[in-house]
Design a protein around this ligand. Structure first.
Ligand code: AMP
Length: 219
């Protein structure tokens, strides 16, 4: 399966993609995680991306397209993959179409993870993440706290509050989503690929409805 996730920041894409990737045993390609790693490593792409990320606006398309071209061309992608955060506008979506056709593959499903606006800001501002790139686990101070305060349950790394999860940047990220990414629901809808999943509720409950929608056995 080649699955793309759409949904506003805070809709729970990261959490659901990780669970689904583990279940299907396919790679999870998160553009945000890749960019944050590039920033941490101080690569050319990372240096270019940082100022855009800090403002909550999109990093130039060319950076993302080159990054995904590199990853999607790897042999381990042949058994399927999950895309999270890319594409984020129509020109990236067109570039992805071209790239996938060059690789003789295509998207099988586009999941639109739906959440009401009221929930999003609270979900994002309370989010804490594990900065270990092998882990990248996601927590929430109220809805999904770590067992030991500010320490990742899975790998013991100290959790961080992403600088773009602060309230002043979150508003811009939501605006960017509405203006540039939400139109992709229609873009993929016209190709008959979009499936809606209710992103509200406990992560386990959302995951079950996701599996039901994708018709993947729960056990
Ligand atoms: P995320 O972790 O998916 O919320 O992404 C964090 C930030 O990375 C976004 O606010 C953007 O600045 C940048 N970003 C992630 N994915 C993309 C993309 N496909 N195109 C442009 N910028 C992106």
């Amino acid at each position: 399966m080649q699955i793309l996730f759409l949904g506003a920041p805070g809709a729970g894409k990261g959490t659901q993609c990780k669970k689904l990737a583990a279940k299907l045993k396919v790679p999870h390609l998160s553009s945000g995680d890749m960019l944050r790693e590039a920033v941490k490593q101080g690569t050319k792409a990372g240096v270019e991306a940082k100022s855009y990320m800090d403002k909550g606006v999109l990093v130039p398309d060319a950076v993302l397209i080159a990054m995904f071209e590199e990853f999607l061309s790897k042999p381990e992608m042949k058994g399927g993959f999950i895309l999270d955060g890319f594409p984020r506008n129509e020109s990236q979506a067109r570039a992805l179409d071209e790239l996938l056709s060059k690789l003789h593959t295509k998207l099988t499903d586009v999941i639109n993870l739906e959440t009401s606006d009221d929930l999003l800001e609270e979900r994002i501002t309370g989010r804490r993440v594990c900065p270990n790139k092998e882990c990248n686990a996601v927590y929430h101070i109220k809805f999904q706290p770590a067992k030991k305060d500010a320490i990742c349950d899975l790998c013991g790394t100290e959790l961080v509050h992403r600088s773009d999860d602060k309230p002043e940047v979150v508003k811009q990220r939501l605006k960017t989503y509405r203006e540039q990414t939400e139109p992709l629901i229609r873009y993929y809808g016209e190709k008959g690929l979009v499936k809606r999943v209710n992103g509200e509720g406990e992560p386990e409950q959302v995951f079950e409805s996701l599996l039901g929608t994708l018709k993947v056995a729960c056990k």
